[in-house]
Write a protein of this length. Structure first.
Length: 86
């Protein structure tokens, strides 16, 4: 009998927790809907219209991280842990 009561208490606790999370999610959704995140902030007086950082891409520069070791300094023999390492 005690086992049945314990299982019933656990099920009720889970149901109450699910309902509470549902209510908190609904409250959070209402708070997000009321606040307009997309409204831009006003610009301070005297600031230029476009102050964003503009990055330019140089096609002559290769993409990817720069190597921190010189290519000539690496051994070409299979000295690594695997035979196919160079």
């Amino acid at each position: 009998m005690e086992t049945v009561a314990l299982i019933a208490v656990i099920i009720v606790a889970i149901a109450v927790g699910m309902r509470w999370i549902h209510l908190l999610n609904a409250q959070h959704d209402a708070r997000i809907a009321a606040y307009h995140f997309s409204d831009p902030l006003p610009r301070p007086p005297g600031l230029a219209d476009d102050t964003r950082l503009h990055l330019t891409v140089d096609p002559a520069t290769p993409a990817g991280p720069a190597r921190s070791w010189p290519a000539a300094g690496r051994s070409t023999g299979g000295t690594g842990a695997h035979s196919d390492e160079t």
